[in-house]
Structure formats: C-alpha cells, structure tokens
Design a protein around this ligand. Sequence first.
Ligand SMILES: Cc1cc2nc3c(=O)[nH]c(=O)nc-3n(C[C@H](O)[C@H](O)[C@H](O)COP(=O)(O)OP(=O)(O)OC[C@H]3O[C@@H](n4cnc5c(N)ncnc54)[C@H](O)[C@@H]3O)c2cc1C
Length: 165
Amino acid sequence: MAAAVFSAEKGCSVRLFEKNEKLGKKIYITGKGRCNFTNGCPPEDFLSHIVTNPRFLYSSFGKFSNRDAAAFFERAGMRIKEERGARMFPASDHASDVTRALERRMRELGVEVNLNTGVKKILYEEIRPEDRGEPIDKKKKRRFRRKDAQPAFCWKTERSSVAAR
Ligand SMILES: Cc1cc2nc3c(=O)[nH]c(=O)nc-3n(C[C@H](O)[C@H](O)[C@H](O)COP(=O)(O)OP(=O)(O)OC[C@H]3O[C@@H](n4cnc5c(N)ncnc54)[C@H](O)[C@@H]3O)c2cc1C
C-alpha cells in the first residue's frame, strides 16, 4: 500500500492487487493490534537499532526517515502518539487506523484496488520503439537497440490476464 501511495504521488498510474478480501490484513495483528508503526528516536540513532546489516538501509532511510513516516501518517489523517521507548502508535490504539490512512491516501490519488485477486505471474516483454509508434532513427542505422526497449508488463491473476505499458 505504501508503494502504491508513493508511486501514485510520483504521477504513476497504479493498480494494486490483493489476494485477500480486504487490504492490510496483517497490519491488524501488528503491535498486538495497535501497530507500532515506527519509533520516534532521533533519525541518526535509528540505524544503530537495526540488528542485521544496517548499511543496507542507509540510503532508503536518508530519503524517508522515521520522522517522515510519522509525518506521512499525520498528513494522511491519522493521529499518533509516542510511548515508552519512543514507540509510536495510532492515538486510537487501533492498528486499523494505519490501514485506513493508507486506504484514504490511495483513494485520493486514484489508485485502483483489486481485491480477491491473487497475482500468479508477472511477465515482461520488451517493446521496440517502432512498436510504440516512435520514428526509427535512420542515422543510427540499426533499427533497434536493446537499451531503447521499454518493458511492458503483463500479469496473470487467478481470474484473468492483463497487459499494460
Ligand atoms: C505478530 C506480528 C506483529 C508485528 N508487529 C509489528 C509492529 O508492531 N510494527 C511493525 O512495524 N511491524 C510489525 N510486524 C512486521 C510487519 O507485519 C511486516 O514487516 C509488514 O507487514 C511487511 O509488510 P509487507 O507489505 O512487506 O508485507 P505484508 O504485510 O505481508 O503484505 C503483503 C500483502 O500482499 C498480499 N499478497 C501476497 N501475495 C500475493 C499475490 N500473489 N497476489 C496478490 N496479493 C498478494 C498479501 O495478502 C498481503 O496483504 C509484525 C509482524 C507480525 C507477524
């Protein structure tokens, strides 16, 4: 859901497939039903609490920190609170508020949600520039260079096959 939100915020047209009958089922059981969604410690301390390979997260965390996560949920209409050890929860103590905030933001951004739709396979197919209706650059002599290709995505769900570019 977060990936759907951030892709849509970047202007992508997004479809989300969920095999369950509702979104974020696992979130309901997190933090004993309250969802401890981040920690409010200073961002510079955060990585020191990552047990395995904190360097892997260095760049991602530089772009989106624990503070950004808290600000994101507040912007999405969720009131938040901080508890012992700087653990952060929805103020309501209901993990469902996290799901609701993400769902609300997806709706605002026009993300298309397909429930009860398990993805079986993702297929990639390279589309040549001329197949996209783009002119062939005659000066380059070669009609098609692999690096000019763009992937087309096809996915196969339990119900249907879909293709998109
Ligand atoms: C008991 C427990 C408590 C936890 N408590 C916390 C906590 O308090 N704070 C915290 O930050 N983390 C907590 N976690 C960890 C947290 O739940 C996970 O890190 C988080 O859910 C991972 O998110 P995700 O989107 O990667 O995967 P998921 O939450 O598992 O979401 C993946 C989604 O994709 C769907 N899906 C899977 N395969 C397909 C398919 N083929 N087609 C269509 N849909 C598909 C699934 O149904 C699911 O809805 C807890 C985990 C557990 C088990």
